[in-house]
Design a binder for this molecule. Structure first.
Ligand SMILES: C[S@@+](CC[C@H](N)C(=O)[O-])C[C@H]1O[C@@H](n2cnc3c(N)ncnc32)[C@H](O)[C@@H]1O
Length: 236
């Protein structure tokens, strides 16, 4: 637990770096490295209190692909990967999709959580992120890294106990359509977990309702992120 005064300092420092990160995204959007130009795409109206992963020294094609655990303590403090993955309530043997995995900030922990009998499919649209993620998980037999198209999840039907969308929904061309397209990939009791900065929650919840999902539970104990779980609402 970080003392409140420490968090305030952290957030103040982070705000300017976060603004810089979004500016970098704007500059690199034209190259597709930080794609968010779809009709429903939106950027936070105010700098949000998240600590961004280091981006300034990274090549442009890696802007907007998230971070790697263990590189920046303040970033890890803001995302709390151990508590986050514990909150997903995973069991050994489960099948998980990590949509928009980026550099795999959560992928390795997901792999550990489902163990050798489970499976993690990590998807992304960014070639450089996919390449680096493949290198990071090369020794893990239960992880598959998969390139997908921006509007197509590329997930097998009836397969996934949990589909994670971590800091990715704002990139999607149409959130509601994308969520609808995820439904066939879920197992009968499967869930979709979505996490992002708290200010990004309202558009996601609206899209989820439009796509026929209900928020079935929520974890409210992360410093700056929401984490909610969706399941399809029963048909008529
Ligand atoms: C901010 S990063 C998040 C990475 C990681 N999930 C995390 O929580 O740190 C967003 C990632 O989503 C990917 N992405 C953007 N649009 C996507 C789409 N339509 N389908 C899959 N991945 C997408 C980007 O390439 C980027 O790697």
């Amino acid at each position: 637990m970080i003392p409140e005064v420490g968090m305030t300092f952290l957030r103040t420092q982070a705000a300017s770096r976060h603004l810089m990160r979004w500016c970098l995204c704007l500059v690199t959007a034209a190259s597709g490295a930080c794609r968010s130009e779809g009709p429903q795409a939106e950027r936070p109206e105010v700098p949000l209190a998240s600590v961004p992963p280091p981006a300034t020294e990274a090549p442009a094609e890696l802007h907007g692909v998230g971070g790697v655990e263990g590189v920046t303590p303040a970033y890890d403090q803001s995302r709390q990967p151990a508590r986050f993955v514990a909150a997903l309530g995973l069991s050994p043997g489960q099948r998980i999709a990590d949509v928009g995995a980026g550099l795999g900030y959560f992928t390795l922990r997901l792999s550990d959580a489902v163990g050798p009998t489970g499976r993690v499919v990590a998807t992304d649209i960014n070639d450089e992120a996919l390449k680096r993620l493949r290198q990071r998980v090369s020794a893990r037999k239960n992880v598959e890294v998969r390139k997908v198209a921006p509007d197509t999840p590329g997930l097998e039907p009836g397969t996934y106990d949990l589909i994670l969308l971590a800091e990715v929904d704002h990139f999607l061309p149409d959130r509601a359509a994308y969520l609808e397209s995820l439904r066939p990939a879920l197992t009968p009791n499967g869930r979709i977990a979505v996490t992002h900065l708290r200010a990004m929650r309202p558009p996601l919840v609206a899209a989820a309702q439009a796509a026929g999902y209900a928020v079935v539970s929520e974890f409210n104990d992360l410093p700056v992120h929401y984490l909610l779980f969706l399941q399809p609402t029963p048909g008529p």
